[in-house]
Design a protein around this ligand. Sequence first.
Ligand code: HEM
Length: 460
Amino acid sequence: MRRARNNSTERLASAELAPGPKGNLILGVMSEFNRDTLGFIERMRDHGDVVRMRFFYLTAYFLYNPDDIEYVLSTNARNFIKARSLRTPFFKRLVGNGLLTSEGEEWKRQRRLAQPAFHRERISAYGEVMVEYTERMISLWKENEVRDIHRDMMRLTLEIVVKTLFDADISGDADRVGRVLAEMVKPFASQATLKWILDNRLPTPTHRRFNAAAKEIDEIVYRLIAERRSSGYDRGDLLSMLLAAHDEDGSQMSDRQLRDEVITLFLAGHETTALTLSWAWYLLAQNADVEKHFHAELDEVLAGRLPTVDDMPRLPYTEKIAKESMRLYPPAYALGREALQEFELGGYRIPARSQLFMFQWAMHRDPRYFTEPSRFYPERWTEEFINVLPKYAYFPFGGGPRACIGNYFAMMEVMLLLATIGQRFRFSLVPDHPVSLMPAMSLRPADGIKVVVDNRRSSG
Ligand code: HEM
């Protein structure tokens, strides 16, 4: 640990508060943050490793040191709950007390029950679905056509998550679930995470639409659960696994818990993966040398056949591309926590109820840890480099007890889709379509990513 910590009361009382920007008398830094979220996150680093600021009536700290991030997410995780931004009624209505948002004993039990569904062997069974759905989609692509690769990746990962959650081909409802859920998360897609600090309960049209969609989804999901319960048939999908899960005392998830977990998995499990893929294609289109190396690996290992889960260890460069894409464009670009009790960090006193924010966006581009930080350079991910890199200088999947449960699912999906598509197609960016970043719930391209499709087989 970089800095010794001693959270005794006397010591805390004498510790100083961290430095930071003053901000506006009423709003604090809210307007500045909303105007240019990513730039603001980067600029705050100039104040130091622990930076204090105010968002309206809430005190927030931005953390820029990997050891401090480790302390909050992992070593001393017990002193923290998820930040306020994840606890608004709006968000709760969507995901309820699912894994992403629950706390304490309830979270622990749910995590224990859900864990077996995410074991490698079980998840590996979905590899075929992933490749099959990808094949089906790209079989319709035509040479030289212009596509929005972000929209395509969203559609594909949506189909895959719906299939793996509910076994879509069998249940006609699954498509509808996907459509309505995608509609429900739209308001989240257009606003920065911290904007959700301010709970807006006004009956705006957005809220009304959201509530109507929430009702519809509840009806469908509850019916699906009831049907599964009465048939008792294990379809091998995630819903079946969650239904079958039981605690040591034999207790199982209630319908309400199942509903919350299913919606949480849907929400957490498809856009993030779609974004990793979209940004990877975007970066590959601009880096001919990397693309060449990528194609050489695919051609050598697969020689034209479809990839399987067993090929993953034989595609190390493809894995590095996935890692490097998540470094430069981390889909989860910020994590937030709230302190339960006052504590000390880097010599500063941090009061209870402070909101703490840690940014993959800033850490992954920090020149202290990454040389040429803005360069897309998958080769940097050597064993030696990984061994010396502080653990929380790169944390696309978070860390500690609340780390992503779908980490392996995501890496498998990203690698299999990259390999399946990369074998057949390459993309060039449409020149008059600038790609800009929108830091919403996750890090999205504001207006999609327009590409021209080039069939590698027809162009030799
Ligand atoms: C590239 C894709 C993905 C990224 C970058 C990602 C990132 C993350 C991060 C950073 C967290 C921690 C949040 C926090 O600490 O506040 C998280 C949690 C979570 N993720 Fe993912 N995720 C991805 C894919 C998935 C997939 C495919 C699933 C499920 C199928 C999933 C399900 C979850 C769940 C349930 C949690 C909450 C875990 C808990 O608190 O116990 N994620 N994810």
